[in-house]
Each structure stands twice: as C-alpha cells, then as structure tokens.
Design a protein around this ligand. Structure first.
Ligand SMILES: [Zn+2]
Length: 464
C-alpha cells in the first residue's frame, strides 16, 4: 500500500465525521435567498464544505453561490473532480432519520451519503492528503462542488458562463465504477394529432404520465355515452379486451352516461422503457375496442409504439457498439374531444446522427399526419477507449481494485455531461445495490474508504 493510501486510512475517522456533518444538512432545493440561489440549506452545505477545505489548507473559490471549488497545485492546466452537495428530498419509508448520518453495521445512513456528499467530502480530503504529502503534480487539481445537480443542473452552466475554468481531464464520482464512457444523446419530442369527431361515444379526456423520462404506470380516460345502456355495453367491451390482454383495468361510473376508465402498468426510467409496462399505450390500444373513428385512430398510433421500445416502427432502430440501441419512451399522453398529444423521450446511441434521426422521425410523423415539435436536445457523451482520460482511469482502477476496468454505457445522463472532457467514475461498485434516491440511502464504510483511495489515485494520475 502506498503512502497516499496510508495517509487516507489514517485520516478516515476525520473524513467520516466531516461527511456526517455534511449529511446532517438537509440540502434540498428551496426558494432562492441572498447568495443561496438554491435555498438556505443548499448554501449551508456549500459553506460547510468550503470551510472544511480552508481548514485543511486548500485554496477555495466560489461562483455566486452556484458552485464552489477547492484547489491544490499549480500549472496552467487543471484536472477537475466534479461532485455535488444538493440532495433529493428524503421521501418516506426510512427506518433511520434521513439526516441523522448514523453509522450502523459498517454503513453510514442518510440522504446524500452516496449521492453525492460521500464522494464530494471524500474528494476534499483526498486533495488534502495529496497536498500534505507534497506529491509532485504537473497540473492543478480542482474539486468543483455543484449545488443544483438534482433539480435542473443550472450550476455548472452558470460556472462556465461566468468564465469558470474547464478541465484538461475530469471525472465525476456520481455514477458507476469502473467508468461510464458512453452516455446516450437525448431528444424530447412532442407529437400532436387530430381526432375524428365522435358519432355516439365521445372521448372527453385522456391522460397519462407527468414526465417524458418516466414510463407512465397509470392512464385514465373519460368517455361520454348517449345513455346508461351504451355505457354499460362499452364497459363490457373494454373489460373483455382488457382481460384478453391480461391488463388490470378499473371502470367507474357504471350506471351513468360517463365512464371513467383507468388501468395500471409498471413504471420504469424513460431510458429503459423495456423494463416498464406503458399504461398510456395500453389504454390507447384498448380504447380501440370502441366502435368509433377517434378510437381506431388512437389504437393505430399506439401500435406504432407498443412492444417496440427501440422505435423500429418509427424508423429509428439504430444501435452501436459503445452504447447499444436507441430507446423511445412515451412518457406523457394527453387527449380530448378533437386532439391528442404524446410526449416522447428518445435516447440515441452515441455515434448516431441526431439530425438524421429527427429527419426520419419527421418523415414518419408526416406520414401519420402528426405534428412534431422538438423540445430538448442533449448531445451524447462518448470518450473512446483509446483516449488518454479513459486509459489513465483504467490504469488506476486496475491497480486499486485488481478488477478489469470495463467501460460502461448509460441511457441516462450523468453530471459528466455538464463539464467538458469529463466522465463518470464511481462511486457505485459493480454488483452493489443501487441506493441512490431511495429510502435508507447509505454508503458502506469500506466502499467509501476504497472510493476515496481510488479518487485520490486518479487525481494524482491525471495531474501527473
Ligand atoms: Zn448525484
């Protein structure tokens, strides 16, 4: 074990209490205050970290309360570690206080312990250890502390716009080990279509989902019928269709002229639509049982997406070796008497040409008489295996863990996209449970200690 590892091991009790102090600050986004654009507690978490940095002899800086940093070394070029101090709300279901930072059976429990205060505070102490051993560096090392990763990512763009320095190399310990080298590109697209007028049974309302990047687990529609008998008949038709398809359906309003239809699917992240059951698409398809042109139209469009999370029917089925296949999630569906809207979240492979995909999608939409609007476009991130950043991080990971540093790809985006020349590196080890954003979030002390040592070694490697 080298000197740096030994030093960090000696410091570990102090690192732990420093992390506990940070976890005890409930740094959930709140309304802006003076010098705290994301709320008082988020500001306190940043102040705490910068105070710790100064106490440990690091240079510090700040950018309007959006971002703080701690730095060591000199040289023209800079290596960045990008971490964040804001957390998502605790939510329900905790068996320990979410901001108690209690240690039980080798784990530190608390919101933010893993995401991302553990890595942030750990990196701070790694800087201190490197500085106190006076290890030779060719580049400066800067820990950049963001405060808005969880609710909009306005922090790093603000830092860059204010002239904040970009790194020669960077990593963000806010994802998975070994290395996330590929993150798909993202397109948010809305499709709008007209619905033919009804003859007897009308569609008053159709609604499902609240976010494009989530598979909706619930969908509902309200139908208007000329009389109770017609409503009862439609209820039978839908029930039959649902049971034939094995769909859990619930109907309300039997015995009146209005029929409320709702069904449940299974939620999943929008970057992995194949893991969910899209309630919106199933409902649109099921409504096709109603003998109306608008209903047939909804079914026709739904069937272009149902059972096809790869966008094949839309002409979008592309994939590549670094990042896999394109995914297409219908996250929002809204409809009424004469029109409907579908909100799509598309994640495309890193080597795909987004412009060409949009052309193809546009062609498909025109063919279906659908209007299309592009709402968001996030480019992919890809660091090729032969790049210096990847090679150096792989070397560190192999040396520190004895494991093969395979390259991962993700459909979701990490913080790495915020900063140039940066990839996600840790803190979750392969096979470890995913505790992020869940009740009883924790960081295991042995993994935490290992993560700090790996980060420190990576800092030195990239700065040499
Ligand atoms: Zn995070």
């Amino acid at each position: 074990m080298d000197r740096l590892d030994r030093k960090l091991q000696e410091l570990f009790p102090e690192i732990l209490s420093s992390l506990q102090a940070s976890v005890r600050i409930p740094s959930v986004r709140a309304s802006a205050e003076k010098r705290a654009p994301f709320g008082r507690e988020v500001g306190r978490a940043l102040d705490h970290a910068l105070r710790e940095a100064r106490r440990l002899g690091l240079r510090t800086g700040e950018c309007d309360g959006y971002v703080g940093w701690a730095e060591i070394g000199d040289g023209d070029e800079m290596v960045a570690v990008l971490a964040h101090l804001d957390v998502v709300p605790a939510g329900d279901g905790w068996s320990l206080p979410p901001y108690g930072a209690e240690v039980r059976e080798g784990r530190l429990y608390g919101r933010g312990a893993m995401d991302d205060k553990g890595p942030a505070i750990g990196a701070l102490w790694a800087l201190h250890a490197i500085q106190s051993l006076a290890l030779p560096l060719r580049r400066r090392i800067r820990l950049i502390l963001g405060t808005n990763e969880e609710s909009g990512m306005a922090d790093i763009p603000h830092y860059l716009q204010a002239g904040g320095e970009s790194p020669r190399f960077g990593f963000t310990p806010d994802g998975d080990f070994p290395i996330v080298a590929a993150e798909k590109g993202q397109l948010h697209v809305d499709l709008r279509g007209a619905l033919p007028p009804h003859r007897r049974i009308g569609l008053k309302k159709l609604t499902a989902g609240t976010a494009r990047n989530v598979v909706p687990d619930e969908a509902g529609a309200t139908l208007s019928c000329p009389d109770e008998t017609a409503a009862a008949r439609i209820a039978d038709v839908l029930n039959e269709g649902a049971s034939a398809g094995g769909i859990p359906l619930s109907l309300r309003g039997k015995g009146t002229e209005t029929l409320d239809v709702s069904l449940r699917g299974r939620s999943a992240h929008g970057s992995t639509p194949e893991r969910g059951v899209n309630a919106a698409l199933f409902l649109m398809d099921l409504l096709g049982e109603v003998d109306e042109d608008w209903a047939r139209r909804l079914r026709e469009v739904a069937r272009c997406f149902l059972g096809d999370p790869g966008g094949r029917s839309l002409g979008l089925a592309v994939s590549d070796a670094p990042s896999g296949a394109l995914t297409c999630n219908v996250g929002i569906v809204e409809g009424g008497e004469d029109s409907f809207l579908m909100g799509l979240d598309i994640r495309h492979p890193v080597t795909a040409d987004a412009e060409e995909l949009l052309d193809r999608l546009g062609g498909w939409a025109r063919g279906q008489s659908l209007g299309m609007e592009l709402l968001r476009r996030k480019p992919p991130l890809w660091m090729p295996p032969e790049s210096e950043l990847i090679r150096r991080l792989q070397k560190v990971y192999r040396e520190k863990t004895g494991q093969e540093p395979s390259l991962l790809s993700m459909g979701g985006g990490t913080y790495a996209k915020a900063l140039p020349n940066t990839v996600a590196f840790g803190p979750r080890f392969p096979g470890d449970p995913d505790v992020v954003h869940k009740a009883d979030e924790y960081i295991a002390l042995d993994s935490f200690s290992r993560t700090v040592r790996i980060m420190a070694a990576a800092m030195v490697e990239l700065a040499s």
